[in-house]
Design a protein around this ligand. Structure first.
Ligand SMILES: NC(=O)c1ccc[n+]([C@@H]2O[C@H](COP(=O)([O-])OP(=O)(O)OC[C@H]3O[C@@H](n4cnc5c(N)ncnc54)[C@H](OP(=O)(O)O)[C@@H]3O)[C@@H](O)[C@H]2O)c1
Length: 280
């Protein structure tokens, strides 16, 4: 692919329900240390063509993400930055404050996508109202949620009439959230896959066979499957070579049959906590 073609692929992506576009692939920075490690990872990713970064206040690395963005030399408007309100900050007023803290740490005028990180019982509905306020006042380009299930999505939509632009959930070949995906598609909510690489537990005979067939890595097979399923994906790596390789997924296409084969690997297996049992 030409450099121009690669750049187009990196910035291409689905149009969210408020009309803005988000890249198909981004760099995740969960468990990436603040300071040199995150600065180096984000710069490697931007240098390799990534235009989207996914952080969260609880990751403790927003400052480094912001520094790397500023030093990357890529114009701010070409980048898409996501962060999330942490559980301890949920509630209406405290979410508004948390947004400002994150925004300042990142050193940005506005965040592209602000998400509710997890459901905090008794608070997430107020937290969503605060996100709606931030959006309606023009402070943030898009708002969404993470780890929300169908009934939680219904509640916040009913409360405010505002449909989240994105729902970021655990999604990979061993956890194919069919019902949730169908609901999100019907409602115009973009699904975003976290832990797409199953935290590095990639070893699977079917993925290995497909990797050989397409001359790609198992990680690339999964990330291509995400995109062909219409799902935005955010693999994490601190290794520049893997960062580069992971995003090299725009020059091949999985057949319909192979897409179905990967869909069929579903075991309902989570590497992270179930939203019903986390931090309630
Ligand atoms: N909203 C939420 O609740 C939530 C929860 C979890 C994650 N997330 C977001 O989603 C992002 C991705 O999820 P994740 O970080 O949990 O897991 P992941 O992306 O599925 O896996 C990351 C692991 O895979 C390894 N890896 C990366 N590329 C590889 C390759 N090509 N071959 C083999 N191993 C590879 C990484 O090691 P190296 O770094 O050494 O390459 C790391 O150990 C996070 O960083 C975060 O931004 C959100």
């Amino acid at each position: 692919m030409t450099t121009e073609g690669a750049n187009r692929a990196f910035s291409s992506g689905p149009r969210l329900n408020n009309g803005i576009t988000m890249p198909w692939i981004g760099l995740g920075v969960f468990l990436v240390r603040e300071g040199n490690e995150v600065i180096h990872s984000v710069k490697s990713a931007i240098g390799a063509g990534y235009r989207s970064i996914d952080t969260a206040s609880v990751y403790g690395n927003e400052q480094g993400v912001g520094q790397a963005i500023r030093e990357s030399g890529v114009p701010r408007e070409e980048l898409f930055v996501t962060t999330k309100v942490w559980n301890a900050d949920q509630g209406y007023e405290s979410t508004l404050k948390a947004y400002e803290v994150s925004r300042k740490k990142l050193g940005l005028e506005a965040i592209d996508l602000y998400l509710i990180h997890w459901l905090v019982k008794g608070k997430y509905r107020e937290t969503w109202k605060a996100l709606v306020h931030l959006y309606q006042e023009g402070h943030v380009r898009a708002i969404g949620v993470s780890n929300f299930q169908i009934h939680n999505l219904r509640e916040i939509i009913e409360d405010t009439g505002v449909v989240p632009a994105v729902n970021q959930v655990e999604y990979h070949p061993r956890l194919v959230q069919r019902e949730l995906l169908t609901f999100c598609r019907e409602q115009g909510i973009q699904l975003q896959a976290y832990a797409p690489l199953m935290h590095g537990h990639l070893d699977h005979p079917v993925l290995a066979r497909l990797a050989t067939k397409y001359g790609k890595t198992m990680a690339q097979i999964i990330l291509r499957w995400d995109i062909q399923n219409g799902i935005v994906t955010i693999p994490k790596s601190v290794n520049p070579e893997r960062i580069r390789q992971n995003a090299n997924v725009f020059d091949f296409e999985l057949s319909e049959e192979d897409m179905a084969t990967i869909d069929a690997l579903d075991e309902g297996l989570r590497y992270g906590p179930h939203p019903d049992h986390f931090n309630r």
